[in-house]
Design a protein around this ligand. Structure first.
Ligand code: IFM
Length: 427
């Protein structure tokens, strides 16, 4: 990698600039996935009714129709100066029934990846991004050890049929976030609320990654394999409160580091990070557990998700892993907002911090903004807008936002000018 130029914020030669998406959030009509059936379940409908919400706003439906419009979307990627793209394969499409491969869908993904290759765009392919085939959920999903075998079989099939078109494999997306949302807080299918089940699922996911790594390496030798790990920046609410600091340490270890320990650092060719926010922790009154400080009430800048914006957190998270001498990719970083000026500021401020981490010795090789398109944000539905490109919910027309052009300029120049930094400071 080249030297960093100190005068302007310029990134190493060969740096990858891209956007990330996930199949269920953009493709549309993933009728064989557990999310598809959950979105339509009586339990979900009842809960939304009680909250006074319109069920239609929480159904993925045709999503962004990316399944049919991927060519147009990849033209946008190219036009946007991006040289890499991260997408996910939908397991339930390629294996809609246990052991039955849908060759037409595999062919579809070949076309998708070829389309990127033809445009000279590097392909980062996620094998599992939260959704499971319905048949797998019916057998107990990730609470069952047999799921690990099914997952490895699926990975092997994908490696044999698509491996020649993949530059980087991402086995799992945010295993830590998934176990919390699906097995601890019970917000996502299968809506369990059990710490014991959460730990069990995390163990199986770690085992799945370890075995998938071996399999992928044996089929597609030179292709790097890793995960997309959700990293959170934690801070103690009270500066001199030992217990708050202990909680910060415990949360940091259990969410940011534990999965690497369980799966073994040797089984990660690179570190893939998804960074969004900071969490401030304090000890809950009369309990040994942590309570999250409510930032919204304290005038701090938050996104439409209620997440505290804290650009310096991406630097802290990167530096925390600086001793592990591996290539690093920021596989997701983005903001849900209706205010595109806020998004532009977010991009500049976070990239500045990434630059400082590179200067500090972290081998960051690429940055993927979440997301290319305004897409389906899981249980939050269609309200949060994460995209550099707006999508009309009726016509699916794509309209690039100002932030799309800002990102294009940065990607094409591989740097951020002082003017851009100044104008983001003024915002
Ligand atoms: O939309 C999600 C994505 O699927 C995983 N990482 C966080 C994003 C924003 O919530």
């Amino acid at each position: 990698m080249d030297q960093i130029n100190e005068e302007i914020i310029s990134f190493p030669h060969g740096f990858l600039w891209g956007t990330a998406t996930a199949a269920h959030q953009v493709e549309g009509d993933n009728i064989h996935s557990d999310w598809w059936s959950w979105e339509r379940s009586a339990r979900r409908a009842q809960a939304l009714k009680q909250e006074g919400k319109n069920a239609e706003d929480f159904i993925s439906g045709h999503a962004c129709d990316h399944y049919h419009r991927f060519e147009e979307d990849f033209d946008l990627v190219k036009r946007g100066g991006q040289n890499a793209h991260r997408l996910s394969l939908e397991w339930s499409r390629v294996e809609p029934e246990e052991g039955v491969w849908d060759e037409k869908e595999i062919e579809h993904y070949r076309e998708v990846l070829e389309m990127l290759k033809q445009r000279g765009i590097k392909t980062f392919v996620t094998l599992w991004h939260f959704t499971n085939p319905q048949w797998l959920s019916a057998r107990g999903g990730w609470l069952k050890g047999s799921t690990v075998n099914y997952f490895v079989r699926y990975c092997e099939k994908m490696a044999r049929t698509l491996g020649d078109l993949v530059d980087v494999w991402v086995t799992l997306n945010e295993p830590g976030a998934y176990v919390h949302l699906s097995y601890h807080w019970g917000w996502w299918p299968p809506q369990k609320r059990s710490r014991a089940q959460m730990c069990l699922v995390l163990m199986y996911l770690a085992c799945a990654h370890r075995r998938a790594w071996k399999t992928l390496k044996s089929v597609t030798r030179g292709t790097p394999v890793g995960i997309a790990q959700n990293v959170i920046s934690y801070a103690a609410y009270r500066k001199h409160h030992l217990w708050d600091h202990l909680l910060v340490w415990m949360m940091d270890v259990s969410t940011n580091h534990l999965f690497y320990w369980l799966s073994g650092m040797k089984r990660h060719d690179y570190l893939g990070f998804n960074y969004y926010f900071r969490v401030r922790l304090k000890r809950r009154r009369g309990s040994i557990f942590a309570e999250q400080d409510s930032v919204k009430d304290q005038g701090r800048e938050v996104s439409a998700m209620g997440w505290e914006l804290y650009p310096h957190g991406i630097f802290d998270s990167l530096m925390d892993f600086a001793d592990i001498k591996k290539p690093v990719y920021i596989l997701e970083n983005g903001i849900a907002t209706d205010d595109d000026t806020q998004r532009q500021k977010f991009i500049i401020e976070h990239l500045r911090e990434v630059y400082h981490a590179i200067k500090g010795g972290v081998d960051v090789r690429g940055y993927f903004h979440w997301s290319l398109l305004d897409n389906f944000e899981w249980h939050e539905g269609w309200r949060p807008k994460f995209g550099l490109v707006a999508v009309d919910r009726e016509t699916f027309k794509r309209t690039p936002k100002e932030s799309f052009y800002l990102f294009k300029k940065i990607a094409e120049e591989n740097s951020i000018t002082n003017d851009e930094v100044q104008s983001s400071n003024a915002k």
